[in-house]
Write a protein that binds this ligand. Sequence first.
Ligand code: AMP
Ligand code: MG
Length: 416
Amino acid sequence: MAQLSDDCFAFGGTLLSVEAAAALITGRVPPLPGQELAPLAAARGRVLAQDLHAPHPLPPFFNSAVDGYAFRHADLPPGGESCLALAGRLAAGQAAGAPLAPGTACRILTGAPMPPGADTVMMQEDIRLEGSVLHLPAGLKRGANCRPAGEDVPQGALALAAGTRLNPAHVGLAAALGQPALAVRRRPRIGVFSTGDELAPPGGRLGPAQTFDSNRFSLLALLAGLPVEPVDLGILPDRAEATAAALREAATAHDMLLTSGGVSAGEEDHVRAAIEGQGRLVFWRLALKPGRPAAMGIVRGTPVLGLPGNPVAAIVTFLHLARPLALQLCGAAPEPLPRFVAEAAFAHRKKAGRREYLRVTLTAGGGLPLARKDPREGAGLLSSLTGSDAFAELPEDCTAIAPGERVAVLPFTAIF
Ligand code: AMP
Ligand code: MG
């Protein structure tokens, strides 16, 4: 196949950069209205709809961080061993009673409230107890081994910001602040179509010239990791009217639509024309490899993304277009794809102008992790993804990478 001199103009027009596409998505699509209350057990992964300010300090009261003895630091003579009389005992859950008498120490267990007047705890391992007299070595700082009220979160402080995608630690903090449920954003309904007369659903029999539809399932699986409601809309035939009618109809019942395939420039590619015919095309074709033939449009107010048909390209464009669009609809704070630095253990040449993602395996090196390129680069080779650990990202202006150079990698464990 003849290589055009400049990939960026291969179809007679400039390709949109990935950054510019992301800016169009975040700039043009407002978050969906609507929120609901999610019990904590169902809050993981949802997007917080309202700021949570601490209704009380965390921890709620001054308490011991260890099993030991609580006392007033001023009762210790400067330097040398100190002796204090043992008086009282406080376990977790017991209310602090009378103030500590001068020259005494109270047995205290982790999480118990400090007796009034005490300001320091010595760990039981560091103390010698003779009868009811405690011998304390010198050198303990005032305030050691105890946790002031509000040390974790002061009362009134912003504990969780609206737009946070709740992870297990966020859920734990909400519980620690006494919240049984959280106001979260409504889950957008996202419909997923495959397109192509050659596609058969898995489970059926392959006719001649047919291949099983994989994109619908990889895209639905990718959506399952987001706070959205994925909807399987099946396979569209390669017919212009059917494609247009399906997009028009689905647009009213969903908050976002995803298609794969049929968005290139062949005569059986009907997705772009269907978007243009039923609504408005926002962009078409990205400076991205794999993933050039991708489109975004608006049909009846619903954003539609036409992703490429090649299975690896569908996944790469999902990550760059569908993920930020879905998060934007959810009202989530922007979450750039996580990138880490590795050392290239490969050589690779590319043309300037397109951002390129290579499939690499990662192994621990002496310093940085070593990224080894999968020799198979085809945009349709799913097993090159299942056999790799990460994408290596080569920026638009890069034309070559040599062994030993630093390269940004996006580990699948972090992006899938
Ligand atoms: P297209 O852009 O429609 O020409 O598709 C590009 C390539 O991706 C073709 O080889 C298609 O058969 C393949 N393809 C398109 N959609 C899917 C799908 N849902 N599952 C697997 N392969 C697909
Ligand atoms: Mg097709």
